[in-house]
Write a protein that binds this ligand. Sequence first.
Ligand code: SF4
Length: 350
Amino acid sequence: MTNLDVTKQAKAGVRKEVLIELNEVSKHFQLGRRQSLKAVDQVSFHIYKGETFGLVGESGCGKTTVGRTILGIYPTTGGSVVYDGKDISHLRGREELKSFRKRAQMIFQDPYASLDPRMTVDDIISEGLDVHFPNMPAKDKHDRISTLLMRVGLNSEHGARFPHELSGGQRQRIGIARALAVEPEFIVCDEPISALDVSIQAQIVNLLNKLQNESELTYLFISHDLSMVKHISDRIGVMYLGSLVEVTTNNRLYAKPMHPYTQALISAIPIPDPDKKEEMGRIILEGEVPSPINVPPGCKFAGRCRYCFDRCKKEQPSLQQVEDEHYVACHLYDRPDSLPGIKRKIFKED
Ligand code: SF4
């Protein structure tokens, strides 16, 4: 099913409403005159209003570039980004970008690096208010900041502090308050918990869930860790070397991963029960990820895939629907006879 089909169904009331559609979006970075780095290569997916779409993959697979491309921080090299029915791939001019940025914000990975150490928390949060609500009276601004601090689990006393006077978890709460200040409807959460202690990670995930319920927010939650996105995502996309290789619902992805790369990622999630761990086994990926500057022809995963066959080395598989709400880019699913071979005992079969 194409994004167009999804939009038609949403409009017909059959499905939830689509907020964002990426249609074959590419982002290539030019390196000198002859080389380019294909950070994102013809990626298509959609995000429903009010859902959390998890985007996972190893470091350098292009997931952060996808987030930044949606927000217009990076212009697209090809394809289109449609936001609430409007193509925003080529937003030009300060006013157009400014009005979009009021609707779509970002929470960054490193809460310390993303906060100016010379500014107080009050000043950090009021920056966005000054841009988007320049005529807001000082008292209203003060009240808004106090409310925001309380919403993220802090209090107005934190407003006078500097980032270095706060813990990592508190700094990330400030990053969240700053994003919420302009009342956005969509937030790109770029590895928002990976720099935090494990004990704090769950608190931030719970906070993001609470804020989503309160304000009907839509999230793109980017992470390198499949066990993290499990707790927050409604649907999940798995990226490998600039391409999406699998998209499905949270439940389906963990119960029945279909792409060989996703299977390997899921098999690496730690399991506390030693008996179950033994039963599930682990898929060790061999070989190196190819360079995004010199991508080999065919399937990008071919050099590491234990099911690779002739066609994989010649033809790049496209993302296709293989089951309800389940999209996979792998030639195996064009050959039903080969399917039993990739179902391991750890995954439930229908
Ligand atoms: Fe493996 Fe071929 Fe599928 Fe690529 S297309 S993941 S190489 S089986």
